[in-house]
Design a binder for this molecule. Sequence first.
Ligand SMILES: *Cc1c(COP(=O)(O)O)cnc(C)c1O
Length: 388
Amino acid sequence: MNGGIYLDHAATTPVRREVRDRLDEAVESTFGNASSIHTFGQDAKRVLEESRETVATLIGAEPGEIIFTGGGTESDNLAVRGAAYALKEKGNHIITTAIEHPAVLSCCRSLEAEGFAVTYLPVDRSCRVRPEWILDAIRPETILVSVMFANNETGAIQPISEIGEIAGRAGVLFHTDAIQAVGKVPINVSDLGVDLLSMSAHKIYGPKGVGGLFVKQGTPLRPIVYGGHHERNLRPGTENVPGIAAFARALELSIGELPEARERLALLKEKLASGVEGRIQQVHRNCGPGECLPNILNMSFSGVDGEALLMNLDMMGVAVSTGSACSSGATEPSHVLLAMGLEPLLAQASLRISFGRDNTEEQVDRVLDILPDIVNRLRDVGDARAIR
Ligand SMILES: *Cc1c(COP(=O)(O)O)cnc(C)c1O
């Protein structure tokens, strides 16, 4: 740690001690190729299958329903593209939302270029898609609905089980990108009516570059990469056994600690949000009313450039984000906030603050100490520009 205050856990999280220990242990003791017949290979195979069982049990799935991947983006691509290819004789229509992560949105756009038709449903002011809009969008040629569990910029939780029921009744596959939700809210795939569910290790204090995809028994899916027979022929390539073992440990820990972590994170978030509202004029929260992740707070500060705010906070040792990390670097306003109906200027005046297990109340106090001055200074600069 560099002594700074890290409030960007929706972008990524540090690998926690217990997970690092598991990773080190597996790197050292299970280096064999899990496809090899000798003892070294079988040792790796055993760790691989134990990890699969752990992950499956934690989300209410069967071990045979878990495919390990090279991260969340790959899980999303395997789900969306893999289902589209498997069902292209049946139909060419996909329903998703305008607020998906680029891993789903870009994948859908590339499928459009290949002849698939995609409906990008809007969201309401609280960043939620309405189940009845899904129902209205389903056509005879619809093959897949993909709606994220919780949004990575606002934390808004989508009505997943209602959508699952609608998709199920229509006989349409349902994928959810649950990468921000796993380990933060209880998830049981059998209650949700999902056929495909994406996970990623590095958002839950695991290593980067490893993730998982729940594939319900019998779900038609085609691989998107070709090679050997690993992972039920769906994800070829020698398995990253240490990374997978670490992912399983990370998931186990985050789900085990979920009830207390949820409460603690929600308190920190509320303390910051109400503190900001009490100290700074013309701010508003970009989530709610309705269910939100306990750790993500998105706020707009009228008249302030979000990127300038981020950089000023960074100079004071506080790390936050303006939107998703994957789209920063571009100065476009967030596609999520625009889809919620925010004016572009207000969307660009927004910050995403995401809490994690190491954050403290003292850190929130520190942010509340420095934020008002920065906002006021940037507003003065903005006013001076407007007068000129
Ligand atoms: C982080 C994230 C992804 C991408 O996962 P990676 O493991 O970084 O590839 C996809 N969807 C959501 C909602 C995310 O937050």
